[in-house]
Design a protein around this ligand. Structure first.
Ligand SMILES: *Cc1c(COP(=O)(O)O)cnc(C)c1O
Length: 457
């Protein structure tokens, strides 16, 4: 039987959620043109759409909200955020911004441009978009294990260093940036090992290429290193984080993930004064003055506290344990999933569960719709529906995987909620042959999954 690690917190404020009747749910999803992004959050019982910005803040963070210094310049909240950032990351410069993609927008054009390339273990969507908006091309070099959902390997988020070297050989001086996404979001929240960070850092230095961490899930990654990598078991999480960041020259961070905020972002520059000055200039143009960077003083206060709470071992043990528990419950019910569980969610292998639905009828999406109808749970397709069409031929592409992602918001749901999710999927499995695919009846030209209208077949 799966084992649940009890919450290392108790509940002080609650938010009502309600479960509509099956008839109402069937009606609502039809009105939403079978697109889960069109549902109203009040019509959802358990919302596993994303772990981004959906965190529950602590009472300490809420107290920080009241204490925020809203001065335009020289805010006390900015100063205390800097102190905590220096202590955790050991970089010289930090710049708050309004979210992760703002960090990318400010930083990337300083390192990339027309004819340049950036290489990552796997680029997150907005990160790839900002590489391209800067005029450069984005290349992925993730280890081959990442592409085998059934293979239980400890660090499936790693960069393939041989492939990295080949790409450096091929493009030489055109490479403007190497990015390591920790954890590797697009590969299912799989972690990157310290050994891999060290190796990539060495390669970057030898070739004179700047090395940037995409650090949204820095503390979850640190926890996996402590748990799985030799010689790190007895190190503190802060020591592990310091070592991780010591290998890079800079970082961008969406603070909507591990920093336990609802909105926020951060840039860190280790010691390049000239680069920092340019970052500061662009921040003022796009985000606001340096001591608030597109956020309110209270947000900076909540970020400071969230960064510290993110490194609490009891919290991380619970957090990673909760995700693992859901995976184990699903495995007990014979539901195929990506293994091992990552940091922020469980990826159900919809192709394995619904083999009768072809990729162009979107099995991952069909399962997500079914989960809403069955139990009022919102999840998200990561597969051919998300991937889209060949830009030249307009033909639907076939994704490598057809996943239904169950992202787990931090500190929001309890064991009973997760049991309810597992039971709902077990119920769906019983009648899986009856589940039908979907066709798109309308779609916009870019990022279609947010707005497309679908029909049940
Ligand atoms: C969420 C995320 C981003 C973008 O951050 P936003 O705060 O959503 O703008 C960038 N990289 C990774 C790895 C992320 O998970």
């Amino acid at each position: 039987m799966a084992k649940y690690i009890p919450e290392p917190f108790r509940i002080k404020a609650v938010e009502r959620i309600r479960l509509l009747s099956r008839e109402e749910r069937t009606e609502r999803i039809k009105e939403a043109h079978y697109n889960l992004f069109n549902l109203k959050s009040e019509d959802i019982y358990i919302d596993l759409l994303t772990d981004s910005g959906t965190n529950a803040m602590s009472s300490e963070q809420w107290a920080g909200i009241m204490n925020g210094d809203e001065a335009y310049a020289g805010s006390k909240s900015f100063q205390s955020l800097l102190e905590v950032c220096h202590d955790i990351f050991r970089y010289r410069h930090f710049q708050p911004v309004h979210q992760g993609r703002a960090a990318e927008k400010v930083l990337f054009p300083l390192l990339l441009g027309e004819g340049k390339y950036a290489i990552a273990n796997t680029f997150f969507d907005t990160t790839r978009a900002h590489v391209e908006l800067a005029g450069a091309k984005a290349l992925d070099a993730v280890v081959p294990e990442a592409k085998e959902p059934n293979l239980d390997a400890p660090f499936k988020g790693n960069m393939d260093t041989e492939k990295l070297l080949c790409l450096i050989e091929e493009y030489r001086r055109k490479i403007g940036l190497i990015v390591m996404t920790v954890t590797n979001n697009s590969a299912g929240g799989q972690p990157v090992s310290m050994a891999n960070l060290r190796a990539v850092s060495k390669i970057a230095k030898e070739h004179g290429i700047p090395f940037c961490l995409d650090a949204a899930r820095f503390s979850e990654n640190a926890y996996f290193i402590k748990e799985r990598e030799a010689d790190y078991e007895n190190k503190s999480l802060k020591e592990i984080v310091r070592e991780m960041f010591s290998y890079a020259d800079m970082f961008t961070m969406s603070a909507k993930k591990d920093a336990l905020l609802n909105i926020g972002g951060l840039i860190g520059i280790k010691d390049d004064e000239e680069l920092y000055r340019k970052v500061a200039t662009r921040t003022i143009s796009y985000e606001g003055f340096l001591s608030y960077g597109g956020l309110a003083g209270r947000d900076l206060e909540a970020m400071r506290i969230g960064l510290l709470e993110a490194l609490d071992p009891a919290y991380l043990r619970f957090r990673i344990g909760q995700v693992r528990y859901l995976l184990e419950r699903l495995e007990e019910a014979g539901i195929p999933c990506q293994k091992p569980s990552g940091g922020h969610g469980v990826f159900v292998d919809a192709k394995g569960l619904l083999p009768h639905i072809p990729y162009h009828q979107f099995p991952g999406h069909a399962l997500a719709v079914e989960l809403y109808i069955e139990a009022g749970i919102r999840s998200c397709e990561i597969g051919s529906f998300l991937l889209g069409r060949d830009p030249e031929t307009g033909e639907q592409l076939e994704a490598e995987f057809e996943f239904t992602r169950l992202a787990i918001p931090r500190r929001v749901y309890t064991q009973t909620h997760l049991d309810y999710v597992a039971d709902a999927l077990a119920e769906i499995k019983k009648r899986r042959e009856t589940i039908k695919g979907y066709e798109i009846v309308w779609e916009p030209p870019v990022l279609r999954h947010f707005q497309a209208k679908l029909n049940a077949l």
